[in-house]
Design a binder for this molecule. Structure first.
Ligand code: F6P
Length: 327
């Protein structure tokens, strides 16, 4: 255990993700177990800039493991992108004798942490918390499983009405520039097609798949569209398909921020607990500038640089399998 680390700050940043509270709880309880003082920074980097932090005791994180959102609030800070903003954030940490930080968030959070770590000598360890699952260095990010369950539940409901009316539904899911949510929602909900940024399905390919479905007397169809899909979101894809193929009455549903809320699944709670616990251990073992993740069920450390710049990539075999199962 490093003698130098006595006070740790924890914060959440970027889009909230179900399971962030379970991670905060694990950080606070593990830090307390090691007799560290722990502070919660409110609203991520914005709070760091403005000196908005408070002491967290073990009882402050009771009754939160099952709650969505984040008790520490979150923000996407424009100011932290500037050297002046980061300087103010550093002053806050120094003024409060903070020896190390645990950052819970996604790509933007670790991009900020990476820059800050190069400018100032305060160790940061990251915990991957984003529904997008787009970080290299962990098989799953906190919130991904819950978002998937929400999306699949929504598609199951849409399936009922699609079936009753013989309609073609385009359902848009989140994921920013990655297709993890879309692909897994498509497989989990038995969709006819999935359009993701990582594959090259054209509108013509999609129409020929839909036509095949019509030939085998498929009376309704569900197409899952990732928001980052290259030929457009669900609205745009629906428009283009309709122009060339109007066999079905067509509807569009954008699930949107529903995917970010709700009580975390058990998988997310356990993942968040493991990663929160491991983040404190990592700091105490002298690690800095790394994200903790789980790969093949083992906790691993990946540099912020790699976590944000290397491609995790959706599995091509899953894309192929989704197409085969939708035949
Ligand atoms: O990163 C999580 C995420 O929900 C993305 O899937 C989505 O593109 C983005 O955040 C939406 O951000 P905001 O809530 O700021 O509109």
């Amino acid at each position: 255990m490093s003698k130098d680390i006595k006070r740790i700050a924890v914060f959440t940043s970027g889009g909230d993700a179900p399971g962030m509270n379970a991670a905060i709880r694990a950080v606070v309880r593990t830090a307390t177990y090691h007799n560290l003082h722990i502070y919660g920074i409110v609203r991520g980097y914005d709070g760091m800039i403005r000196g908005n932090l408070r002491r967290l005791e073990t009882s402050d994180v009771g009754n939160i493991i099952h709650r969505g959102g984040t008790i520490l609030k979150t923000a996407r800070s424009e100011e932290f992108r500037t050297p002046e903003g980061r300087h103010l954030a550093h002053e806050t940490l120094i003024a409060n004798d903070i020896d190390a930080c645990v950052a819970i968030g996604g790509n933007g959070t670790f991009t900020g942490a990476n820059i800050f770590s190069k400018e100032f000598d305060i160790p940061f360890v990251g915990i991957p918390g984003t529904i997008d699952n787009d970080l290299y260095g962990t098989d799953y990010t906190i919130g991904f499983d819950t978002a998937l369950n929400t999306a699949v539940d929504a598609v199951d409901k849409i399936r009922d009405t699609a079936d009753s009316h013989n309609r073609l539904f385009f359902v848009e899911v989140m994921g920013r520039n990655s297709g993890f949510i879309a692909l897994n929602t498509g497989i989990g909900s038995g969709a006819s097609s999935v359009l993701i940024p990582e594959s090259s399905t054209s509108i013509d390919d999609l129409i020929s798949r839909l036509k095949k479905g019509v030939k085998r007397k498929k009376l309704f169809s569900l197409v899952i569209v990732a928001e980052g899909n290259k030929s457009g979101g669900a609205m745009e894809v629906a428009r283009q398909v309709k122009e060339k193929f109007d066999f079905y009455d067509t509807k569009v549903t954008i699930i949107g921020h529903l995917q970010r809320g709700g009580s975390p699944t058990v998988l997310d709670r356990v993942l968040a607990s493991r990663l929160g616990h491991s983040a404190v251990d990592a700091l105490l073992n002298g690690k800095a500038g790394v994200m903790v993740g789980v790969i093949n069920d083992k906790v691993r450390h990946t540099s912020f640089e790699d976590a944000i710049s290397k491609e995790k990539g959706v599995k091509q075999e899953l894309i192929r399998m989704a197409e085969i199962l939708a035949l």
